[in-house]
Design a protein around this ligand. Sequence first.
Ligand code: SF4
Length: 395
Amino acid sequence: MGVTLDLSRAASAAAPTRPNLSGLTRPQLAAALVEAGVVRPEKAKMRATQLWRWIHHYGLTDFDAMTDVAKETRAALAEAFTLTRPEVVERQVSRDGTRKWLIRMAPGIEVETVYIPDVGRSGALCVSSQVGCTLNCTFCHTGTQALVRNLTAAEIVAQVQVARDDLEEWPSPKEDRRLSNIVFMGMGEPLYNLPHVAAAIDIIADNEGIAISRRRITVSTSGVVPELGPLGDQTQAMLAISLHATNDELRNELVPLNRKYPLEQLMAGIRAYPGLSNARRVTFEYVMLKGVNDSPAEAKALLNLIKGIPAKINLIPFNPWPGSPYACSDWKTIEAFAAVLNRAGYASPIRTPRGRDILAACGQLKSESEKMRASERRRLDQAALASQAKDAPAA
Ligand code: SF4
């Protein structure tokens, strides 16, 4: 069973009424400073660089701690903007060290973010890109939750900031990081939210800030083929494909998006992914479902399908969730499947299930927000708007 720990670090639940600077790209940050009249246009770039270091290298949430910024400027910044983190509603730590945060971005807008130690170079953060998902993959718990909305770049970056607060990893360490990799494998289909995902990657990868290299950022998609090229061009992120089946009939069932973009189109899109090479291989994710997709014949079909693509294959033992229609393949079956792939020269690690006791494992994420009825969400939104109007300075 997971352990729920104290939430004393959680920020205030009050919805910020001022724009949050920590979700802006560098050019947006410079423009926002000028627009608010805090900085003259000729100083905007310099001031944005200075603030950027404080926000993204040191992780500050208080303008007053920016010691090399003049006192009057700090006051003007605090009046016009905020750096507040969203509220951490729940924090759980698994027996295996996996951490899961339920983060409330706004009333009724909650996402789960998971930190998995000892993955990637030293630890990976699995971030969400949407609240809920439209795609209904039948093996995925998140898919049973209706889409609430896309997350903004600020809300995606906030997940990294919350994790780093909790891991006490500010300022950005040059080496021995606990959080070394980012994977967009949490809730949602990132390619249905590409503008915000790309802006968030620009912020996360910036060398003078959080500084996680683009080669350590992986975006996983269920196969939105038209967006693969733009993803590569705009982000230079590593690509992962949620594959799970080697023929259209089965994939139509497991990943219904396949009806729109069948395997032939998907594989052509992957082959054309910008920057694909032996050093930048695509990862195919393949969930092992007992008696569904786990036979040696399917392993061979998989080899056929990906022939010639620089790739590795992650075999994911299915993580059951309440009401799920599948069971996990037996260990021996998974090993036999992996052996076929290994013999053909593909790295095909079997992913160790992590955080199962706190429902943090792959495909298990689902926020509590869906339990809130739409009418309740509207009521909360209206209450938040009313309180913002009350707090706003008189014209
Ligand atoms: S696997 Fe990804 S795309 Fe499919 S339902 Fe789950 S969150 Fe959505």
